[in-house]
Ligand binder design. Sequence first.
Ligand code: ADP
Length: 400
Amino acid sequence: MIWPLLTLCCAALLAVTAWRAFRREEALREQLRQAQLELAGIRVERHSALTEEQTKQQTVFNSLVEGLLILDEHGKIQFANPTLEKLFAVKGDIRGLSLSAALSSFALQEIAEETLRTGRVTGFELSLPGHGEQILQINATTFRDPDRAHAGTVFVFHDLTRVKQLENLRKEFVANVSHELRTPLTLIKGYVETLLDGAKDDPAVATRFLQTIERHADRLTFLIEDLLTISRLESGQVLMNFQVLDLHTLAAEVINDLSSRSEERKVALVNEVPPDFPVRADGDRFQQVLFNLVDNAIKYGRAGGSVRVGARRKSAEFIEGWVADDGPGIPPEAGERVFERFYRVDRARSRDAGGTGLGLSIVKHIVQAHGGEVRLESEPGKGATFFYTLPVGVESPAEG
Ligand code: ADP
């Protein structure tokens, strides 16, 4: 009787143990599954974080104003950003090509070799042949990843063309200003010395010399005034006081101010601006524009000729005004340059006429500060016409 009971108890015990073992295994399996799932999740996250990082890098490289070029350890192009492709006018995919094959630059090849030898090249200036006056500054360095998986050379190309142009303009400007200041000063000193050496004892000669000294001193004053005006306009220090003004009245005032000069050269000044012609302008500044243009037309136009000041409506927003003379005009090759500082077609004539070489440059700056443009039309022998545009004068509600 006891044996069947014992057998039953043992069987029940075995069944409970087996059940517990089965549950434990189930739990372990579940934990394993969870762990596998978590691992897979981490992998996906790491992968997407990596591609996100790569996309960010790519976006940064693509938006750089500097050209960027990466060579692999065999000297083959691994990456070139769009700025570099533009700088070197590259067409098509250059990845996998050598420097000389892709960019056909011997100098660049030399920089790459130098970088490999020394580890770094900085501030190398390269002027690109066949690209106008384009000058690039190159910095290059070799690199090796911390895991030593990748090695190569990175080149950064900075376009220095504009900086160089500005530097040259500044040098030229300083040289021009020094020259313009020195010329009248030398003359003044010469006349003073001659006076002191005895010329002062002859009243007629002394008067003539003193008048010449006064003329050159005036020229120095005009030059300094014009230089200050240009410098204020260029640095944006001039606050424009825009108002609705009548261009006909402005032209009449300038013609009146210049009447004695025009009489000296027997030049007829004609105001052809239609009456009641509203423009949006700074009165004092714009008077200077008309003054410089009409003054030039009298100085360089035909003695005994005529100067016409006119205007017409160009569009809904702009008017076009002009000052036209019937003098010798300006040769086509000088047409683009007359608005440059210190440019003169006839240096001696400008100097005799008391010119500073800055008048048209001031005109251009003031017109541009009004949102307008200047241009010249001239046929040698048939006079010169200087055109400018200005915004139409419309009262804004705030101005009543
Ligand atoms: P400047 O002080 O010499 O007059 P501007 O800048 O006013 O300087 O003019 C530049 C040059 O353009 C002048 O030196 C002159 O040679 C030329 N020029 C300007 N206006 C006229 C014109 N109406 N006809 C012929 N040449 C002109």
